[in-house]
Design a protein around this ligand. Structure first.
Ligand code: ADP
Length: 433
């Protein structure tokens, strides 16, 4: 917020000073003669009285009178040689001064007039000039600086209030964008119509609505197609069974069995797609008290088949309390990750659970090829597989981790991949409790 405030503030303050200077300068340029006339009019009484006072003095008392006037008067008055006065005046004013006229400068304000000082005995004719400084020339820049500084400081207050308000609204917009990016497709910015950021909020909301509707349509399409595929798959499976019964033990039977294998894979894909689709529905999560340790032990037993000769080490301390969760979804999520670990491990897999600050971490380690750091986020996207040749031998459609991630998100938890100390991949599934 401070960055916005300072940027706006400095820009405005600099613009104010620069434009203020330009405007003041142009006004002085354009109206210099009027302003001089006005200034001389104001001081004409003073000049008249001073002239009368000095002119009536005998020549020997002239300087004493001038000093007396100077002492009594609150205006700074000085007697300067013509040369010094010329340094402050334009050519036109010098000429007028030499003709015996009073002239004035506006900024800094100063008046110059012929002194008519009688020369001292033996002194040649004098051309001294009387100079009036209503405000000391050094005080003018100081007053201008104080004026502008006070103005700049006072401006800070309304601007800080305005910047704070603007910052709050921008912050709310960025929170909406972040929530939307994190998958909360219903997130929308609530900004008042009179706000300057309302058009931006409207654009973000429109965009969010369009993306939400596109994603919903896409999900519905995948779900409907998967659903529609189930019936023909079942019919085909039944048809293959009938065909097998009618054929003898020749080459056709092995072709039919291979086709049945393909069909089983297709069926598995459709089932996984339907699973993934169901996790998007609001009623997907049904919480009840779950004994996590018992559930994890069941997952470990279910993965035995996948493990074959590989070892599975368990570290499930009985201290972990029951949690409120959807047992079916946790079983599915942990099962998917554990089966992957069993598939990719060289020799051993480790399943452990540990209580952490705000929940429970389920950790699955293996000693397989691991997951490159650059892919660790993408493997949770549907259909994303690392190395297709690697997966052809291990099977899978790239949906297992997407289902696990959705199940975790529904519980308000997270899942993340990293390096394992055993050399392969580590998956940490965090449940907030
Ligand atoms: P699949 O059903 O194809 O295994 P997943 O979504 O479960 O799909 O996994 C996505 C990809 O992540 C896998 O294809 C595999 O390349 C990689 N992967 C998952 N688990 C591991 C693991 N423990 N070790 C190495 N690679 C893994």
């Amino acid at each position: 917020m401070l960055r916005i405030l300072f940027r706006i503030y400095f820009l405005t303050a600099i613009a104010l000073v620069v434009f203020g200077y330009i405007v003041a300068h142009s006004v002085r340029q354009h109206f210099s003669s009027e302003m001089e006339r006005y200034a001389l009019d104001r001081t004409s009484g003073e000049i008249f009285l001073l002239g009368k006072y000095l002119d009536s003095a005998p020549p020997s008392e002239w300087l004493a009178r001038f000093d007396d006037y100077k002492r009594r008067h609150f205006i700074r008055v000085s007697l300067i040689p013509m040369k010094e006065a010329q340094a402050h005046l334009s050519q036109e004013k010098i000429a007028r001064l030499q003709h015996g006229e009073w002239v004035a400068n506006i900024s800094p304000e100063a008046y110059f007039g012929p002194a008519h000082r009688p020369p001292a005995p033996g002194e040649p004719m004098t051309d001294d000039v009387i100079r009036f400084d209503p405000v000391g020339p050094k005080q003018v820049p100081m007053m201008v600086t104080i004026g502008y500084t006070s103005l700049a400081l006072l401006m800070m207050l309304p601007m800080a209030l305005w910047a704070r308000h603007l910052w709050k609204e921008l912050d709310s917009l960025s929170k909406t964008a972040r929530s939307f990016g994190e998958g909360q497709l219903a997130a929308r910015a609530a900004i008042a119509k009179r706000s300057p950021v309302y058009p931006l909020a409207e654009c973000i909301n429109d965009m969010a609505t369009r993306i939400e509707s596109l994603l919903c349509t896409q999900k519905e399409l995948v779900h409907s197609v998967s659903h529609e595929l189930r019936t023909p798959i079942t019919r085909l499976d039944f048809g293959f069974e009938m065909l097998l019964k009618q054929t003898g033990g020749d080459g056709i039977s092995s072709r039919i069995r291979s086709m049945q294998g393909d069909l089983a894979q297709l069926n598995e894909l459709v089932n996984e797609l339907l699973q993934l689709g169901r996790l998007d529905q609001p009623q997907a999560l049904m919480r009840s008290p779950v004994d996590l340790i018992a559930l994890l032990s069941d997952c470990a037993s279910a993965a035995r088949h996948e493990l074959g000769a590989k070892q599975l080490e368990l570290d499930l301390p009985p201290l972990l309390a029951a949690i409120e969760a959807d047992a079916r979804l946790i079983d599915r999520a942990v099962g998917n990750v554990l089966r992957n670990a069993a598939k990719y491990a060289e020799r051993q897999v480790r399943l452990s659970a540990v209580k952490v600050g705000d929940g429970i971490d389920i950790v699955i380690d293996d000693d397989g090829p691991g997951i490159p750091a650059a892919e660790r986020d993408r493997i949770f996207e549907p259909f994303y597989r690392l190395d297709r040749s690697r997966d052809r031998t291990t099977g899978g459609f790239g949906l297992g981790l997407a289902i696990a991630a959705k199940a975790m998100t529904l519980h308000g938890g997270t899942i993340a991949a990293s390096d394992s100390r055993t050399g392969g991949a580590r998956f940490v599934m965090h449940f907030p409790v």
